[in-house]
Write a protein that binds this ligand. Structure first.
Ligand code: KIV
Length: 272
C-alpha cells in the first residue's frame, strides 16, 4: 500500500484534530538530534517526540528520571532545526512540573521560548490537572500521557502492563477525560490493554496515541532507536523492529577498523 503524505504543510495541533475526525492514523516517533530528525521528518512522520527516553537511549541511564530540563532543551533545539514538517513535542522531564504550578508554568514557558518546539508532553492525570490547565491557558499545547508513565516507575515497581484491574482502567478513562477538559490536544496511552485504549479513544474527541496499547487508537508512537533495531536486546511484546541497524553499525565499524589496520584506508582517491 502506498501512503500519500502532503509534505507541503506543517503539521499542527489542528491537523491532529482533523486527522482524528477523518480517521487518518497519526504517526509519531521519538528523535533526539538534528541528523536523524531530518531523515524522520523527510520520510513524512506526523510528529516527533523529544522524549525523556533520551535519558535511557542517549545518556545510558536505567530510568528517565535523571534527565534535566536544560538537557531536554539542548536536545530539542537540534530536533527543531531538523524538523520542517512534523509537529515537534518536547517531554517535560521529572522535576520540571511537580514542584508548584508557578514553577511548572515558568519551566514550560522557558522550554517553548528556548527550543521553538510546537508542544510539550506531561505525564499523569488528575494529580497535575490544575498545572496542565494553567500551561494550556498560557497558550502552550500540551500532550497528556497516561497508563505506564515511566517517571512514576518507582511507585509502580516496574515497567509492567498497567490497568489490569477495572479500578485502574476506570481511573485512566476518567483521567483522559479530565486531560481533554483541561485543554490537552492529544494523549499518549502507554502499555495498557488494547480494549481499554479503544474505549479511551472512543470517549475522547482529541487523538489518543498508543504505545503498547493496540491498534484501535488514533495513532502510534515508538522510540526511534528501538524500532530501528539499534538495541536488539530490548524486545518487549509491543515493539516491532522495522530495521536491524545494530548489525549494520557494528559491521561498518569493523570494516573501518580492518581498513585502517591494514592501511587500505584512506586510498589514493581519498587522499589530497
Ligand atoms: O519518552 C518517551 O520516549 C515517551 C514515549 C515512549 C511515549 O514518552
Amino acid at each position: 500500500m502506498s501512503v500519500h503524505i502532503d509534505m507541503s504543510k506543517k503539521v499542527t495541533t489542528q491537523t491532529f484534530r482533523q486527522m482524528k475526525q477523518s480517521g487518518e492514523k497519526i504517526t509519531m516517533l521519538t528523535s533526539y538530534d538534528f541528523t536523524l530528525t531530518r531523515l524522520v521528518d523527510e520520510a513524512g512522520v506526523d510528529a516527533i517526540l523529544v522524549g525523556d527516553s533520551a535519558s535511557n537511549v542517549v545518556c545510558g541511564n536505567d530510568y528517565t528520571l535523571p534527565i534535566t530540563l536544560d538537557e531536554m532543551i539542548f536536545l530539542t533545539r537540534g530536533v527543531v532545526r531538523g524538523a520542517k514538517r512534523a509537529l515537534v513535542v518536547m517531554d517535560m522531564p521529572f522535576g520540571s512540573y511537580q514542584i508548584s504550578e508557578e514553577d511548572a508554568v515558568r519551566n514550560a514557558v522557558k522550554a517553548m521560548k528556548l527550543t521553538g518546539c510546537d508542544a510539550l508532553k506531561i505525564e499523569g492525570g488528575r494529580e497535575w490537572i490544575d498545572t496542565i490547565r494553567h500551561i494550556c491557558q498560557a497558550g502552550i499545547p500540551v500532550m497528556g500521557h497516561l497508563g505506564l508513565t515511566p517517571q512514576s516507575v518507582n511507585q509502580f515497581g516496574g515497567y509492567g502492563l498497567r490497568a489490569k484491574d477495572e479500578a485502574e482502567a476506570q481511573k485512566i478513562i476518567d483521567d483522559a477525560l479530565l486531560l481533554e477538559q483541561a485543554g490537552c490536544f492529544s494523549v499518549v496511552l502507554e502499555k495498557v490493554p488494547a480494549a481499554l485504549a479503544a474505549r479511551v479513544s472512543e470517549e475522547l474527541d482529541i487523538p489518543v496515541i498508543g504505545i503498547g496499547a493496540g491498534n484501535m487508537v488514533d495513532g502510534q508512537v515508538l522510540v526511534l532507536h528501538d524500532m530501528l533495531g539499534l538495541n536488539m536486546g530490548f524486545k518487549p511484546k509491543f515493539l516491532r523492529h522495522f530495521a536491524q541497524l545494530a548489525g549494520e553499525v557494528s559491521g561498518a565499524v569493523c570494516s573501518y577498523i580492518e581498513a585502517v589496520k591494514e592501511s587500505s584506508f584512506p586510498n589514493e582517491n581519498e587522499s589530497y
